[in-house]
Design a protein around this ligand. Structure first.
Ligand code: PNS
Length: 156
């Protein structure tokens, strides 16, 4: 099956990577679809985020990394993909994820959302936490893939 893993990924973390690896157990092709979240102010441009994720999965031909604009469901119809993959960490994610899943279903009833749980070491990892640690000169080497780490080294 073809899945789409959408997100703002600002930046992509090892928690996101863990979800991708789990999704590849049942997806022949997985689109990692980078977009802007209207409720967030982003640190990296969409192009920078796409580039870091592409480098992270270089050589893996089951993964296609792209950015998209507009509605996720429209992007999915264009890719002929019916499954949205989203990671769920804690109860606090639930309301937001539920709202998004139902919104997407209301917009396009053929599309299903599949929630996946990351490895327990990533339950409390988020892009916000990574940005905060990096900005304060903390060590993020165990939290992000190498290309993301290199990018942060350049800006801080
Ligand atoms: O990683 P995030 O920030 O939780 O990702 C949210 C994202 C980018 C997947 C979501 O905001 C999105 O799908 N944006 C595209 C516009 C859209 O389709 N909105 C309606 C569904 S909420």
């Amino acid at each position: 099956m073809t899945g789409v893993y959408p997100g703002s990924f600002d930046p992509f973390t090892l928690g996101h990577k863990d979800i991708v690896e789990r999704a590849l157990k049942f997806c022949n092709t997985l689109y990692i679809a980078v977009s802007d979240n209207i409720n967030k102010k982003h640190l990296f441009s969409k192009e920078e985020r796409v580039e870091m994720i592409r480098q992270t999965f270089k050589g893996n031909d089951k993964i296609i990394v792209e950015s998209f604009q507009g509605l996720l469901v429209d992007y999915m119809l264009a890719k002929k993909a019916s499954f949205i993959i989203r990671g769920l960490r804690a109860v606090s994610d639930f309301e937001y994820e539920f709202q998004m899943a139902f919104t997407n279903r209301n917009l396009e009833s053929s599309i299903e959302t599949i929630f996946m749980v990351p490895g327990s070491q990533y339950l409390f990892l988020s892009s916000t936490i990574v940005r905060d640690i990096a900005r304060n000169n903390g060590d993020i080497s165990k939290l992000v893939p190498k290309p993301v780490l290199e990018k942060f080294k350049k800006i801080y």
